[in-house]
Design a protein around this ligand. Structure first.
Ligand code: PLP
Length: 415
């Protein structure tokens, strides 16, 4: 049986084997532990488990073998090849959550209190933005929202306000693909003793490892590329202060109750085994698609981090292995052209979300941002004809053919 504690040299090996514990019944894969509670041999043993003296499960909201395996795998991948302060491999602890938003909630509520402020970039996942703007202020926690690509502005803001406790980054950001410089911003924030957290959902640890740059926390919506197949909602919170993670943060996680479940954790573990091969293919396909769209007469603009025309191309190259699988583009002809294009697709899937094997395409102006007033939407860069694509792992010629046919005039299609 492979020993998952060996010092593996390859990311792909850790993705396959990391976090696995041998099953007492010799099952190859960890079976789904679909039970809510765990048995004690005797009262004494119950005491030892509750006190933490003996390792073992108690109650599934607190954890179970399936969530543990996914957690250990994420820690292994986020820490791959990184060294800690004492020159031993960087130790990380991950807590799996019911969703990305649950993980972000534990992060924020576990670290901030009334009177604290949180400094962040203006392009963020919509849910995170709303949590910061509409839920946390009622608890006395205020966001400061800036363009953090401007390092001088970031430095001035940090200098000016000692109430800022946390720097919260998302890079590349959803949906604009803006990138912020993790290394430079973390250096600045650490001068003021701030906690630094990064949402690494769009990149995954295969493309980007924020802990390399000294951050304190990484969060994921595991719903996306980590799961990779669109089979479960989930989130993770990974931290490098092991005592804090095992102590206060674990407590906050358990009490807020946003726990994952054995089935979703099992699906996530399976999905992560192929992370490296999927990301290689996703990114390769995305580059081909971006190049194709750039040449297409129906397309006025392509936003892809792999293209030198993207304003954050250099930041992406600096901190990411490849420029990812997300892109967006604008069509001549605005809203109507966007809707017609979407309706003609035969292979690419019309859906929101991202990071699945299947190519997903959405039209923000008629879908995710339909209810946002046009003026506001345009300010965020979401124009009428903007199309967002999560490029999948299909044979790239098939993706290109579907796009080409759908971009051409309605009169030339057979549908
Ligand atoms: C989807 C997403 C989230 C929220 O995750 P859920 O799993 O839907 O709760 C957070 N951050 C980013 C960047 C996302 O794409």
């Amino acid at each position: 049986m492979p020993d998952s504690h060996l010092p593996f040299t390859g990311f792909g090996t850790l993705a396959v084997h990391g976090g696995h514990e041998a099953d007492p019944n010799y099952a190859h894969l960890t079976p789904i532990y679909a039970g809510s509670t765990y048995v004690f041999d005797e009262a004494e043993q119950g005491m030892r488990r509750f006190s933490g003296e003996e390792k073992g499960y108690i109650y599934s909201r607190w954890g179970n073998p399936n969530t543990s395996e996914a957690e250990e795998k994420i820690s292994a991948l986020e820490g791959f090849g990184l060294m800690g302060a004492d020159n031993s491999p960087l130790a990380l602890r991950t807590i799996l959550h019911a969703s990305g938003m649950a993980a972000i909630s534990t992060l924020l509520l576990g670290n901030l209190k009334a009177g604290d402020k949180i400094l962040t970039h203006f392009s963020l996942y919509g849910g995170t933005h709303d949590l910061l703007e509409t839920v946390l202020p009622a608890m006395g926690i205020e966001p400061i929202i800036l363009d953090l690509r401007d390092l001088h502005a970031a430095a001035r803001a940090m200098e000016a306000d000692p109430a800022i406790k946390m720097l919260y980054l998302e890079t590349p950001a959803n949906p604009t693909l803006q990138c912020v410089d993790i290394e430079e911003l973390t250096l600045l924030a650490k001068r003021y003793n701030m906690i630094v957290a990064v949402d690494n959902t769009f990149a995954t640890p295969y493309l980007q490892q924020p802990f390399r740059h000294g951050v304190d926390y990484v969060v994921h919506s595991t719903t996306k590329f980590l799961n990779g197949h669109g089979t479960a909602i989930g989130g993770s919170l990974t931290g490098k202060d092991i005592d804090l993670m095992n102590g206060h943060i674990t407590k906050v996680h358990r009490l807020l109750g946003g726990s994952s479940n054995p089935f979703d954790a099992y699906l996530l573990t399976l999905g992560m085994k192929t992370l490296e091969v999927r990301m290689e293919r996703h990114c390769h396909n995305a580059m081909e698609v971006a190049g194709f769209l750039e040449q297409h007469p129906a397309v006025s603009k392509v936003n892809y981090l792999g293209l030198p025309s993207h304003p954050d191309h250099n930041t992406a190259l600096k901190q990411m292995r490849h420029p990812g699988a997300m892109l967006s583009f604008e069509m001549h002809g605005g809203l109507e052209a966007g809707k017609q294009f979407i309706d003609r697709l035969k292979l690419c899937v019309r859906a929101v979300s991202l990071g699945t094997c299947d190519t997903l395409i959405s039209h923000p102006a008629s879908m995710t941002h339909f209810s946002v007033p046009r003026e506001k939407r345009l300010r965020y860069g979401i124009t009428d004809g903007l199309i967002r694509m999560s490029v999948g792992i299909e044979h790239v010629q098939d993706i290109l053919m579907d796009l080409d046919r759908s971009l051409s005039n309605a009169s030339t299609t057979t549908s």
